[in-house]
Design a binder for this molecule. Sequence first.
Ligand SMILES: [Fe+2]
Length: 264
Amino acid sequence: MTTAFAPAAFTSAAAISTTAAAHKAPAPHSQSATAPRFDMYVAIHKALRSFMTDTLFRVGRIDVQDADDTGRTLAQLDELLTFCTGHIEHENDHVHAAIDARSPAGAARTSGDHVEHLETIAALRCDAVAMQTARPEERAMLALRLYRHLSLFVADNFQHMHYEETANNAALWALYTDAELMQIHGCILASITPQEHLLVARWMVPALSPFERAMVVGGMKQQTPPEALLGVLAHVRPHLDDSAWGKLARAIGVPQAPGLTHFS
Ligand SMILES: [Fe+2]
């Protein structure tokens, strides 16, 4: 099943609030300084912020005496950490490489952050294993340690993502045209597995504004077979409330419920 997001969809969504002028980026080539620019960070970072905070809340309220609850929570943590690792690799291989190619060491700060993040991810995995394998009387204390360490990781990532969305975007916009940035983003999408696309959809689609959501999913609708689109929608529907789902369904022209072919 093809579930890849369409670069064109991200282009449209990114144009909502991101302008070169807003971040004082020089205009590359012939593009206007006030024209909306392609922002490859905005949607994926909203997904990451949502995934991180949800997981942090779950770790904070974990019931260490309940094996099922502990297992589910740690499974989500594992999924988040794997997601973060993949995101770092995509940014290193494509985004930082692009910045450094036209501005040597231009991505040095966020590349250094990534090294620290990978070390923290490894440490968090050790915390999780220590909690899961500890004696029952030790688990609550180790769960609190995991929660605090995860909260610091989340806090650091929030700072890091803001820097990428401002300083790194300013560099990208100064160094590349939107057509070139879309090409870079397309390479990232092409490197992502179908399973990773589904996980991205799970966290990204609910995290976006209705307009952004319609742009992203509408872009998918243009470029994916209907059965693939329905598969993604079925995957994200449980995470949208009725209002959000209704707006999305109307915006992209799909039935609001299985079997419906027209809107009332
Ligand atoms: Fe990053």
